[in-house]
Ligand binder design. Sequence first.
Ligand code: CP
Length: 314
Amino acid sequence: MSVTWQRKDLLSLRELSAEEIGKVLSTATVFKEILGRPIKKVPALQGRTVVNLFVEPSTRTRISFELAAVRLSADVVSLDKESSSIRKGETLKDTARNLEALQAGTIVIRHRSAGAAHFLAERLKASVINAGDGSHEHPTQGLLDAFTIQERMGKIAGVRVLIVGDIVHSRVARSNLWALTKLGAKVKLVGPSTLLPKEFAELGAEVSHDLEGALEEADVINLLRIQHERQVHSRVPSIGEYAALFGLTTERFRRCKPGVLLMHPGPIHRGVEIASELADGANSVILDQVTNGLAVRMAVLYLVSGGRGIGGET
Ligand code: CP
């Protein structure tokens, strides 16, 4: 599948075609091979400045974007809310325009407001990459999840992916849904009715509230984090009750296919979304997802910057 990348920004997977998603995944495959070499660095983004503007907490996304920029030989700086003038009342637009005045060529933004990345992309010449905006989208997480499924299952089309948990607050669920359905996977969403509105069926997924019934048919199970910070407490009686009804316990795991892939975007709550033994067990690809995030974020930084400098067209 060969398509020329035309986009200045990566804002959502909803707006990407299957071919564009395929382009990111094939480019990430090249970078994953490079990351396996003794010298893991390429000069593709030499002279370009990447700024990570994280106005919400992050471990995996922020560090992997930083490392991805370093591996591509970009200059990279990171800014968070606590240490920036956002604390003094500077607006997001002014902050970003000041970063651009300092010659930032790419701004990677995580923000609690849905649409924050789109807002900046419309106002800046710099490339903008959405690293998670409220409950809207987390496109690089969706891409790294698709990459991990393709790597481990050898395909995405026809794979049965079960996404469990707090769907309504989850930008990961939305980005996974867009990517996986476009690539031909069969996606089923399961969660309490208060965290899984039936409108999600209109986005191309099957919606169910019966975890036990869904486990047996799944090739991949992606367990979502309970979003404490997005008022989930008002929607489930208690975390203990959620775990009892929708957590993947070792007992429930016996119903699953032997080769099922267990995924989680992190951070995981051991004993809530997934039993600790399963998170660390042979079926878990949770840390592979993190590793693949580096290659995928290198691919995204590379493509939005014009896609030249690693030895030809990818
Ligand atoms: N999966 C994910 O976005 O993790 P972080 O919040 O640690 O970046």
